[in-house]
Design a protein around this ligand. Structure first.
Ligand SMILES: [Fe+2]
Length: 261
C-alpha cells in the first residue's frame, strides 16, 4: 500500500486497483499477452493491502470448503462465489472493480463483463491442502456464446505445486511452447480459457496453496442446452449440490460451468 492510502473496501477496492493499474505500462503487457497466445503472467500485480485482505478472506471461508475428487482428473477443495458472497465480500468487490475489468479488457483486446449471477465459478477459491491435490490437463472451456477469460490471483502458496501450461496449442502454425509458474501471493495469471492448456501439479503432504479465480466473459448468454450439464459438472467436480443448487437461490437464464484452476 502506498503512503496515504487507506485499506480498500467497497468502492475503495476499485480505487486501489485504479491506482495500481495506472502504474503499469499497458502497451508492452498487451504485446506480451498476444505473443504468448493470449496468456500473461505478472509476479507482482496486486497492491499489498489487497493481497492481505485476500489472505484474510481465505481464513473466513475455510470452514466452508467443499472437497472433491474426480479419479484421474482432479482432487482439491473449492469455495464458490455464493459462499464468498456470504463470508468474504471483499473478493466480490474486487471482482467487480470497473478499473480491473476495463484493464483486463484492454489486455484481451475486447470488452469484458462479469459472469452471470448464478455462475458458481465467476469468482471462486481453490484449495490445495492435502497430499495429491491437483488438477489435470484441461482448458477453461467457455460454455457461453462468447469467449471466457480466466484471471488467477495468487493468495497463499506454501507448496511445491506448479501451474504448468502449453502455449499456442490452438494455433496450428505456431509450435507449442511449454512453461510453468509457481505464482506467489499477489501475482497474476490471465488467459483466454479456450486457448491455454494447463494443469496444477500435485501437492505434497503438509503443503498449502490457495488460488483465487475470476472469470470474465464477452457475451454472458449461454445456449439453453448447456445449462443443466454445466451446473451438474459444477456440483460434482467443484462445489457440491448445496452450493450450486441449494439455498433457494433464484435461477436465471445463464448457468455456470467448467474447469477452473
Ligand atoms: Fe483451469
Amino acid at each position: 500500500m502506498l503512503p496515504g492510502e487507506t485499506a480498500p473496501s467497497g468502492r475503495s477496492a476499485d480505487r486501489a486497483m485504479a491506482r495500481r493499474l495506472s502504474q503499469l505500462d499497458r502497451g508492452p503487457l498487451r504485446g506480451e499477452f498476444l505473443s504468448q497466445g493470449s496468456f500473461l503472467y505478472m509476479e507482482e500485480f496486486l497492491p499489498a493491502d489487497a493481497t492481505a485482505r485476500l489472505v484474510a478472506a481465505v481464513a473466513a471461508v475455510e470452514g466452508a470448503v467443499n472437497r472433491n475428487y474426480l479419479p484421474g482428473h482432479k482432487q482439491g477443495g473449492s469455495v464458490s462465489r455464493h459462499t464468498i458472497d456470504e463470508l468474504a465480500p471483499f473478493i466480490a468487490e474486487l471482482y467487480r472493480s470497473p478499473a480491473l475489468t476495463a484493464w483486463l479488457g484492454e489486455l484481451a483486446g475486447e470488452r469484458l463483463q462479469a459472469s452471470p449471477p448464478d455462475d458458481a465459478h465467476a469468482y471462486a477459491l481453490y484449495f490445495y491442502t492435502r497430499a495429491g491435490d491437483h488438477i489435470g490437463w484441461h482448458y477453461d472451456t467457455s460454455y457461453y456464446r462468447g469467449r471466457r477469460y480466466t484471471l488467477l490471483l495468487g493468495v497463499i502458496d506454501e507448496s511445491s505445486c506448479r501451474l504448468e501450461y502449453e502455449l499456442h496449442t490452438r494455433e496450428p502454425e505456431v509450435p507449442n511452447l511449454p512453461g510453468s509458474v509457481q505464482y506467489p501471493p499477489g501475482s497474476l495469471v490471465f488467459f483466454d480459457g479456450d486457448k491455454l492448456k494447463h494443469r496444477v501439479t500435485p501437492a505434497r503432504a503438509g503443503e498449502r496453496r490457495v488460488s483465487l479465480t475470476f472469470e470474465y466473459v464477452t457475451d454472458p448468454r449461454m445456449h439453453a442446452g448447456w445449462r443443466l450439464i454445466s451446473n451438474m459438472k459444477d456440483a460434482v467436480a467443484y462445489f457440491g449440490l448445496r452450493q450450486v443448487f441449494g439455498r433457494g437461490r433464484k435461477r436465471s437464464a445463464s448457468p455456470s460451468r467448467s474447469d477452473a484452476t
